[in-house]
Design a protein around this ligand. Structure first.
Ligand code: AMP
Length: 426
């Protein structure tokens, strides 16, 4: 028997674990959508695949996505290489340029949600297909947009009912600041290269900053011993002023944050503002989401300069956090009426009646005729308020026998009476 690919999951109407439970999933996406729409962002959907270059050029040559070959790449019939999207931002910037959004009122604030694909080693909280809610504000380089994006992200977590999360804010500076910092790191770490993990050693040349992000204990010990200065101390004047503005704006907004002087993000395109939201109890994979500013991304894709700032929220990670905090997910509405055919001929009558009452009333029907006792059991199992029996007797009289389950009261109603009962105010 074939199974789903490891690291990918079915999201089911009922499932034990929160990340694979559709009502939880829908709750997260709907809540995020309400917050973002309520803040004036508009929804966009881009294809789940793009030409490989969009992500290769976008993510940058030293990102994990490119270096560790984390992209799922396919070849079309014309031998063009395509990639399943490993992140949404580059695709949205591609769409912004392709559709001339530069002439729309700026900034253009967009959001989306959908599947993301990364060829990582699957484990709890880390999948090869996962989902993100994503927000991007494009076309204006102003710290007020960074502060707004951060505030919106935090508001989504709060609206979901989460409490034990922390916003970590940093700045990765401008490209020239990073170049200076990388040079400093190279100089400091090169004499100790043999004590670093192979992965970090490989990063020493291309992007030593990413070594700070290493999960390797020995790497972290070396960094601690050398007393490495953080990126934040290398910000140029403009990046520093921008960072301070973002902090001030967040304070004005009452958004709590901690400064993470070493925050580095996995993609090369980030400049200046970078942030992550972590949850206390989701374990090693604690990032619930991350964001940042990416003013150079559009140019990396061959477009004009389009500054931007945005974030991605990991839906499955948030589901894990909700599960951990024991947040109750609002239950789906249950049907009000269960129409039970008592014989074969009544099946279609039940369906006709149900279709007339829907969608004003949430009506379910029995598809297999049952005796009244079995039909009642079925109705109780579905949690309805009313059960309607349709059999030979009812057919002869042109009525439905309607039982109100909470009171046990039973009466025969004609279709018109039924309509006024379920379609009008009760
Ligand atoms: P990133 O673009 O890597 O910062 O990802 C944004 C968010 O998506 C992270 O903070 C996680 O919540 C989530 N995420 C990233 N990678 C995975 C993965 N492999 N599986 C599940 N969630 C992920």
């Amino acid at each position: 028997m074939l199974k789903a690919v490891s690291g990918s999951s079915d999201i089911l109407p009922q499932a034990k674990e929160y990340p694979f439970r559709e009502p939880v999933f829908r709750y997260i996406v709907k809540t995020a959508e309400e917050v973002l729409r309520g803040a004036g962002a508009q929804m966009i959907h881009t294809p789940i695949f793009e030409y490989l270059e969009v992500f290769q050029k976008g993510a940058g040559s030293t990102s994990d996505i490119v270096v560790k070959k984390e992209m799922f790449v396919l070849e079309d019939r014309g031998k063009r290489l395509l990639a399943l999207r490993p992140e949404p931002t580059a695709a949205i910037v591609r769409a912004y340029n392709e559709h001339g959004m530069k002439v729309w009122p700026q900034p253009v604030r967009l959001f989306t949600w959908g599947p993301i694909f990364r060829g990582e080693r699957p484990q709890k909280g880390r999948y090869r297909q996962f989902h993100q809610v994503d927000y991007e504000a494009l076309g204006l380089a102003d710290p007020v947009l960074d502060a707004e994006a951060i505030a919106l992200m935090v508001r989504i977590y709060k609206a979901l009912g989460l409490q034990n999360f922390e916003l970590r804010l940093g700045s990765v500076g401008d490209p020239e600041d990073r170049a200076r910092y990388n040079q400093y790191l190279r100089g400091l770490l090169l004499p100790h290269a043999n004590r670093l993990s192979p992965e970090s050693r490989a990063r020493l040349e291309a992007n030593p900053m990413r070594i700070l992000d290493s999960k390797d204990e020995q790497d972290q010990a070396v960094l601690a011993e050398l007393g490495v200065k953080p990126m934040l101390e290398f910000l140029g004047e403009e990046a520093q002023a921008f960072h301070e503005q973002v902090c001030r704006y967040l304070e004005r907004l009452g958004v709590a944050y901690t400064i993470d002087p070493n925050l580095v993000r996995g993609l090369d395109y980030y400049v200046r503002t970078a942030w992550e939201v972590h949850h206390a109890h989701v374990g090693a994979k604690s990032a619930l989401g991350g964001g940042g500013r990416y003013d150079g991304l559009s140019e990396m894709l061959g477009g004009p300069r389009v500054p931007g700032v945005g974030f991605g929220i990991g839906v499955e990670r948030v589901a894990l956090a909700l599960e951990q905090e024991g947040v109750a997910i609002p239950p789906d509405p249950s049907p009000i009426l269960y129409l039970a055919p008592l014989d074969e001929a009544a099946k279609i009558e039940a369906l006709v009646l149900a279709e007339q009452l829907r969608p004003k009333a949430f009506v379910e029907i029995g598809y297999v005729p049952k005796n009244p006792r079995k039909a009642l059991e079925e109705a109780l199992r579905r949690g309805v308020e009313y059960v309607g029996f349709l059999g030979e007797n009812e057919r002869a009289k042109g009525v439905v026998t309607l039982k109100h389950l909470p009171t046990g009261e039973q009466r025969e109603l004609e279709p018109l009476q039924l309509h006024s009962l379920f379609e009008g105010p009760r």
